[in-house]
Design a protein around this ligand. Structure first.
Ligand SMILES: [Ca+2]
Length: 362
């Protein structure tokens, strides 16, 4: 995330672009502590060449990009020229990233059914058991609960089972030069990606990821790898595809760096007197601003005991033609949306975390 998970994508183009949006534009100042590799495991199923000839090396914008890379990173222009000559354009990527049609009605209940399933719950309990020591070390260092780290990896890639099969170089080139509305963002990610692969000494055609260029168990975009990923197994390199420990540490660090409050609440159920008074709260967005006292002025009651001074935001989760689900998100709810800018996503992650916590206690 960090992130753009294949699992999410496949099921809903509605929430797309959330993951990609989770990344800020690249500053180039990576918090990287070791050379990184991105997902390099070549999936057997995609050995066949996909896409269409791109002729990127013939394009003026690509030449400008190569020049920038040479100036800013001393990247060899000839190497890049050859790379872009070989990149195939990926129409599937453009299809997948396109915003949903206006007639599409999002449904939290449908989304929830897909993510709070047996596979993710049982897989998560197994993952927790298997990586207990590493998870506890991450929780201790970064203050993020074990089950939240596990739930993110579960929602993103079903614990590493589905990490994406697009060549990242082709995804990011296609999105940079053939998807004008996000060109600036993806150009920054392409820049990070090329720097990362050069540092790691790997062929840029090797790493695979989602249709947005996210990779590994936690589906980090290249910029997030440079800024937040950690070498948590201390083998001297960051590997979010091959190392579960690096993935666990990186998810925890990502959330900590985005303001996770150790021991803080995530969200509360709510009782709503009338939807007529809610619009100002919805317009105020998902950043937590209101105390329980202020919320009651809008006819919104918090269910549960809330620590003094806790601020919350009204989160609305539409259900197509059925009544909207509401909850009150605290700071840590907001932090999860920094991983992937979607309230559906954050709620699914936190509900899965809760299920894992309870399942473990049984
Ligand atoms: Ca490592």
């Amino acid at each position: 995330m960090a992130v753009m998970s294949i699992a999410m994508l496949a099921m809903t183009t509605a929430l797309l672009s959330n993951a990609a949006q989770a990344q800020t534009s690249p500053s180039g100042s990576g918090a990287k502590t070791a050379p990184s590799t991105i997902g390099t495991k070549p999936p057997a199923a995609t050995r066949r060449e996909s896409g269409v000839p791109g002729h990127y090396d013939k394009r003026e914008e690509v030449q400008a990009f190569i020049k920038m890379m040479a100036e800013r990173h001393r990247y060899d222009p000839e190497t890049l020229q050859k790379t872009f000559a070989a990149v195939r354009k990926q129409p599937d990527v453009l299809r997948l990233i396109a915003p949903p049609s206006r007639t599409y009605k999002r449904s939290w209940e449908d989304y929830r059914t897909r993510f709070l399933d047996r596979t993710r719950i049982n897989g998560g309990l197994e993952f927790m058991q298997q990586h207990r020591a590493t998870l506890e070390r991450a929780a201790q260092i970064y203050g993020v609960p074990v089950e939240v780290i596990v739930a993110i990896i579960g929602v993103e890639t079903i614990y590493g089972r589905v990490t994406g099969s697009f060549r990242i170089i082709e995804t990011l080139t296609t999105l940079t030069f053939d998807y004008p509305r996000r060109a600036e963002f993806f150009s920054g990610e392409l820049e990070h990606f090329l720097v990362l692969t050069r540092e790691a000494g790997i062929d840029p055609f090797e790493p695979r990821g989602s249709y947005a260029g996210a990779s590994g168990l936690p589906q980090f975009m290249p910029g997030s790898i440079r800024r937040y990923a950690v070498d948590f197994d201390r083998d001297g390199r960051i590997d979010l595809q091959g190392s579960v420990a690096d993935s666990i540490g990186s998810v925890a660090r990502y959330l900590a760096e985005h303001g996770w409050v150790p021991g803080g609440p995530v969200y509360y159920p709510t009782r709503i007197a009338s939807e007529d008074t809610l619009q100002p709260l919805i317009d105020a967005g998902i950043e937590p601003r209101y105390t329980s006292g202020e919320l009651s002025g809008f006819g919104v009651q918090v269910i549960g005991s809330v620590p003094d001074g806790t601020r919350m935001a009204l989160i609305d989760l539409p259900n197509g033609d059925n009544p909207t689900t509401y909850l009150l998100g605290a700071r840590n709810f907001y932090v999860v949306t920094r991983y992937n800018r979607s309230s559906f996503y954050a709620t699914a992650v936190l509900e899965l975390a809760e299920a894992l916590k309870n399942g473990q206690a049984q």
